[in-house]
Design a protein around this ligand. Structure first.
Ligand code: BGC
Length: 423
C-alpha cells in the first residue's frame, strides 16, 4: 500500500506542498516551533546550542520534544498535520523525507542551498537522502554511525582484556569471561528500536553483502536464508548476556552502567559518545569504541543522519523562521558545536574535527573508507534504509524474537513474510 493511502485514508491532508521561500520576510520576526525526538541527555544539549544561536539572532524558538523514538514522533506529527497545524520545523529523516515529500510536499530549500553551496559542502553520502526530485527538501545536522561496539574500560580491566574482539567467536569468549566475573556482558535497553539496533549491527558484522541484500534490496532468499539464521543465532547469544532489568530501560541509563563498570559492552550508535562526553567520561580512560566484529573482514559503516524538513506556512514570521532555522542548522558553527555534543560528525565536509573525540574522528575516517570500499550501508533500525512500514514490520519480529524463545528459522521466515506484506 502506498504511504499516502496507509496514512491518510481516514482523513484529509491539511497541508499542501509548496515552496517555503516566496515573498519578502524583511519585516518578519522569525519564529519556529521545532518538533523533534530529543528529550534529554547530550541530544537535548546539542539542540539547545542551536536554539541559543537562533534566539541570539533575534528568533523566537519554541521547543516541542516528543518522547519515545522516531515512530512516536511521526505519530504526533501526523496528528498535527491532519489538523492543519503543521509545526514549522520538523525532524524527519531517511526514507521518510521522500515519503512525506511525495505524498504531501515539503518546502523546497534550494533558495538556501544554492547560495549556501550545499551541493559542494554537504557530505556527498547525504545529498540523495535530503533531496526530492532534484531539490533539497531537508537539511541534515549530522552523520551518526550506528554500528559501534563500546566497552567499559573497568569491565575489560576486570577480566584482563586490553583488545577489542574482532570476530563474534572472540566476542563470545570475552562475554563468557565477563559473565563468570559477575558482570553484565551486554548492557542493553530492551526497547524495540534498541533491539533492532543491536540486531542490525550483528547482521552487518556477519556480512556487509548479506545486510545489503536483506535490508536494502529486501531479497526474500536473503531474508530467510542461512546468514539470517546466523545473525539470529548470535543475537540469541547476546540476549543471554543481558540482565533481567533490561526491558524498557533507556540506552542512556545503560551507558551509565558501562561507566560504572557494571556492564561490559554496549552496541549503540554514536549518540552514546555524546552522552559519555557529557558525563565527563573519556575514550581510553573510561571506555573504548571500535568497529564491531566483522566476520567478512569488511569495514561496514551503518549510516544514520538526523535532518529537519519544513511544511509550507503562510505566516511571514514562520516563513522567516524556517529560513533562519535551515541556515543556522547547516552553518559551519552549528555543525561543529552541535556535533561535538551529539557524538556524531558534521553533515558538511569543511569542519575541522581536531576538537572531536577519537571515536568521532574514527567515524569520519571509517565513513570515508567505507564510502570508497562500497561498504557503507543505510541503517534500517534508524529509518535510513526503508520506509517506516517496513522498518516497523522487521522491528516487531526482531523484538518479539529477542523477548521470547522463538527459534531462528521461524523468526527468519517471519521477517521475510512481514517484509512482503509491508511492501
Ligand atoms: C537518532 C539520534 C538519537 C538516537 C537515540 C537515532 O535514531 O538519529 O539522533 O540520538 O536515535 O534516540
Amino acid at each position: 500500500m502506498k504511504f499516502f493511502d496507509r496514512i491518510w485514508k481516514t482523513g484529509t491532508a491539511a497541508v499542501s506542498g509548496a515552496i517555503i521561500a516566496g515573498g519578502s520576510a524583511a519585516f518578519a520576526e522569525p519564529k519556529v516551533e521545532v518538533m523533534h525526538m530529543w528529550t534529554g541527555g547530550a541530544a537535548a544539549e546539542a539542540l539547545a546550542k542551536m536554539a541559543t544561536r537562533f534566539r541570539d539572532q533575534g528568533g523566537d524558538w519554541e521547543d516541542n520534544a516528543i518522547a519515545g523514538h522516531t515512530a512516536k514522533q511521526y505519530a504526533a506529527l501526523r496528528a498535527r498535520v491532519m489538523s492543519g497545524d503543521a509545526p514549522t520545523a520538523v525532524q524527519l529523516k531517511g526514507k521518510a523525507i521522500e515519503e512525506w515529500a511525495e505524498s504531501l510536499g515539503l518546502g523546497d530549500l534550494n533558495y538556501i542551498a544554492e547560495p549556501g553551496n550545499w551541493n559542494k559542502v554537504m557530505a556527498p553520502q547525504l545529498i540523495d537522502i535530503m533531496s526530492y526530485e532534484g531539490k533539497f527538501v531537508a537539511v541534515p545536522v549530522n552523520i551518526h554511525r550506528v554500528n559501534w561496539m563500546f566497552a567499559s574500560k573497568k569491565a575489560m580491566d576486570k577480566v584482563g582484556e586490553t583488545k577489542m574482539p574482532k570476530t563474534w567467536a572472540e566476542f563470545n569468549v570475552v562475554a563468557e569471561k565477563m559473565a563468570a566475573a559477575g558482570l553484565i556482558p551486554v548492557g542493553h535497553g530492551g526497547q524495540d528500536w534498541q533491539d533492532l539496533t543491536i540486531f542490525e549491527t550483528v547482521a552487518v558484522g556477519m556480512s556487509v553483502d548479506f545486510y545489503k541484500k536483506a535490508f536494502v534490496d529486501l531479497d526474500d532468499a536473503a531474508l530467510r536464508g542461512p546468514m539470517m539464521i546466523k545473525t539470529l543465532d548470535q543475537t540469541r547469544k547476546m540476549v543471554g548476556w543481558m540482565d533481567s532489568n533490561s526491558p524498557g530501560r533507556s540506552w542512556g541509563e545503560t551507558a551509565v552502567m558501562l561507566g560504572k563498570g557494571d556492564a561490559g559492552f554496549q552496541f549503540m550508535g554514536d549518540w552514546w559518545v555524546g552522552n559519555m562526553t557529557s558525563l565527563g567520561h573519556k575514550h581510553g580512560v573510561d571506555y573504548y569504541c571500535d568497529t564491531p566484529p566483522a566476520e567478512d573482514g569488511k569495514l561496514g559503516f551503518t549510516l544514520n543522519s538526523d535532518s529537519f524538513a519544513f511544511f509550507d506556512q503562510t505566516d511571514p514570521d514562520k516563513k522567516a523562521g524556517q529560513k533562519m532555522f535551515a541556515e543556522i542548522a547547516f552553518s559551519k558553527e552549528t555543525q561543529k558545536d552541535f556535533n561535538l555534543s551529539k557524538g556524531s560528525i558534521p553533515a558538511r565536509n569543511d569542519v575541522d574535527l581536531s576538537d572531536f573525540t577519537p571515536c568521532q574522528q574514527m567515524a569520519q575516517k571509517h565513513l570515508d573508507a567505507a564510502s570508497s570500499q562500497g561498504t557503507l550501508v543505510p541503517s534500517i533500525a534508524h529509518s535510513i534504509a526503508q520506509p517506516q512500514a517496513i522498518r516497523s514490520a522487521v522491528m516487531e519480529v526482531v523484538s518479539n524474537f529477542m523477548n521470547s524463545d522463538q527459534g531462528s528459522q521461524d523468526a527468519a521466515n517471519q521477517i521475510a513474510d512481514a517484509v512482503k506484506s509491508a511492501m
